[in-house]
Design a protein around this ligand. Structure first.
Ligand SMILES: C[S@@+](CC[C@H](N)C(=O)[O-])C[C@H]1O[C@@H](n2cnc3c(N)ncnc32)[C@H](O)[C@@H]1O
Length: 317
């Protein structure tokens, strides 16, 4: 279903199956992934997901295309090490998490801070997974020294080890043998991308990241992003970028400059929980930008048609 919002078509939801996630991550595109997949060209040998975080779009794409190869990257070494552990030995990681989950029993709060202190020295992947599953809103927070400083969520105990094991094995099996993961700035990670490939990018949003961004290890200067997009466009690469959006009539961040020549769509992200708390029924829509090379590959579809499921595009189940 498509509606128009200030000139840009809005992609509304479908009844997509919600895929598991190997770990929870603030800003995950898990609920929106199947709609982003509608914009993938049929022939895509390699998907590059820079700013990968929990890589929800890659997981959805790999599920719907068994031949797809994927190249993941993120600047946060903790995320990259966690992904390596998931790909290489999910059972060892799951066992580490299970042991921590059991050990928290007596005094969860003290235990959480012990794990956090140890993680900031040794950077162990099972400790990081435990922190992600036990911290407030599954939201990584770092201080200026790069130390993880998020507080524990004391209302719950964290996902049961049996479910975590299942999700880690699933992600590992899905991606192993056809993926690579690197710790890189997005511009460097994407130097290897080719015109037949597809790039998906979900950077920290402008609304919160113009200054130092405690939400992730690093923020992203919008000018650096724009320069990177110019370079990708100059190389005739196909990309989809998620960036900012609006809640009700309030725009988050500035629109990207029109001279980049990108096609702008909105993605209906549902009712804003913040607005619901305030008694308003406002919807959040996120912006998607498509590069000229991708539009050319998708054929003669207008932005309005792009926002509607098309028989010739590989739709997520
Ligand atoms: C919004 S999150 C991505 C969430 C992801 N789409 C998911 O489904 O979980 C943004 C990610 O960008 C990473 N990041 C921030 N600045 C970066 C940069 N300059 N280059 C690469 N990654 C960066 C952060 O570490 C964070 O993991």
């Amino acid at each position: 279903m498509v509606a128009s919002d200030g000139g840009s078509p809005v992609i509304h939801g479908d009844r997509a199956r919600l895929l598991p996630s190997p770990f929870p991550y603030q800003g995950s595109k898990r609920r929106l992934a199947s709609r982003i997949l509608r914009l993938f060209p049929r022939e895509t040998p390699v998907l590059h997901e820079a700013f990968c975080g929990s890589a929800a779009v890659t997981l959805a794409a790999a599920t719907s295309n068994p031949d797809l190869r994927v190249s993941l990257s993120d600047l946060d070494a903790n995320i990259v090490n966690l992904w390596r552990a998931i790909l290489e030995n999910p059972d060892r990681l799951a066992a580490g998490y299970g042991a921590l989950w059991e050990a928290q029993e007596k005094d969860p709060e003290t235990f959480y801070y012990e794990v956090r202190g140890r993680f900031n020295i040794h950077r162990d992947e099972a400790d990081f997974l435990f922190l992600l599953l036990r911290c407030v809103k599954s939201a990584v927070r770092y201080n200026k020294a790069g130390e993880f400083n998020q507080s524990p969520d004391l209302r719950r105990r964290g996902t049961a080890p049996s479910r975590v094991t299942k999700n880690l094995r699933w992600a590992s099996q899905l991606l192993r043998g056809r993926s690579s993961i690197q710790q890189q700035e997005f511009e460097n990670a994407l130097t290897v991308a080719k015109p037949d490939d597809l790039i998906y990018m979900d950077p920290p949003y402008q609304g919160v990241s113009a200054k130092r961004d405690a939400r992730y290890l690093v923020g992203l200067d919008p000018q650096v992003l724009v320069a990177g997009l110019e370079e990708l466009t100059r190389r005739n690469l196909s990309f989809i970028l998620s960036y900012d959006g609006k809640t009700g009539d309030i725009e988050h961040g500035e629109r990207l400059p029109t001279d980049l020549g990108l096609t702008h769509l909105y993605l209906d992200a549902g009712t804003s929980s913040q607005a619901t708390l305030l008694g308003r029924k406002e919807r959040t829509v996120e912006s998607l930008y498509l590069s000229p090379a991708l539009i050319a590959r998708l054929g003669e579809l207008s932005p309005r048609e792009l926002a509607t499921p098309q028989p010739n595009l590989p739709l997520a189940q």
